[in-house]
Design a protein around this ligand. Structure first.
Ligand SMILES: Cc1cc2nc3c(=O)[nH]c(=O)nc-3n(C[C@H](O)[C@H](O)[C@H](O)COP(=O)(O)O)c2cc1C
Length: 218
């Protein structure tokens, strides 16, 4: 995969904040991914991996770099290679800009406005799953607002949510607090935080986490 450095000035991470609720299904759109869950058919798998990831110009060790594949998508690929999961790629109906700065600005607006950015395609039927792995980058110290759109559009009651994120400096940030508040009838399991710049070398870390979750045999 080819990457190139675009900006030379030091780059700051976003700023803004706020909350939501994990509710009843309200069908709205979805899309393909490494392997796709059927939108409504039964599956042999009891685990769903739903992730949002943005390719394009992104933060890279204080600078920026253009990524052909987003960091979270890389980690999602490692997970789906290691364990049996259905995969749902959360994609924005209005795609995020390639520009890092423009994306930071849009995210600040979305956080301040308590926005729920629309997801493209048909959302998966989550009824058959016991476990839902939720993956995203960290945007201004929490998952992007489109993750709220997702958890509020499918009914995750009674399911175990396993959050995983890629980040620059914040680790999981407020991910566990957000999903705990948004999904009060779900169990939030142990999360995984992988530094974005190191995602491509994180296979061992990812598999160790999968063992702690018991999705992979110990
Ligand atoms: C809009 C925006 C805001 C970000 N804010 C943070 C942040 O607050 N803390 C942090 O550690 N990383 C932050 N990052 C860096 C991303 O979390 C990191 O690059 C992540 O790996 C991106 O995942 P992706 O490539 O799957 O989209 C931000 C990136 C973007 C684009």
């Amino acid at each position: 995969m080819q990457r190139r450095t675009v900006l030379k000035a030091p780059v700051v991470l976003g700023a803004g904040a706020l909350l939501g609720g994990c509710g009843a299904p309200a069908p709205s759109p979805g899309a393909p991914a490494p392997s796709t869950p059927s939108a409504s058919s039964a599956s042999a798998s009891r685990a769903l991996l739903a992730y949002f990831s943005r390719a394009g110009e992104n933060y890279y060790y204080g600078d920026t770099r253009v990524l052909e594949v987003g960091n979270t998508e890389v980690v999602a690929g490692m997970i789906s290679a290691a364990v049996t999961v259905d995969v749902f790629h959360i994609e924005a109906a209005e795609p995020y800009p390639d520009s890092y700065r423009a994306t930071v600005e849009r995210n600040v607006r979305e956080q301040n406005d308590e926005a729920r950015p629309a997801i493209t395609g048909t959302l998966p039927d989550v009824e058959a799953y016991d476990t839902v792995l939720l993956g995203s980058g960290i945007w201004n110290v929490r998952p992007p607002m489109i993750m709220r759109t997702f958890v509020e559009s499918v009914d995750l009651s009674g399911k175990t949510i396993l959050p995983f994120v890629t980040y620059a400096v914040s680790g999981l940030g407020r991910t566990v607090e957000d999903y705990t508040r948004l999904c009060p009838r779900s169990t939030i399991g142990e999360g995984l935080a992988v530094r974005g710049e190191e995602a491509r070398g994180a296979r061992a870390e990812v598999e160790a986490w999968l063992r702690t979750t018991e999705l992979l045999p110990r």
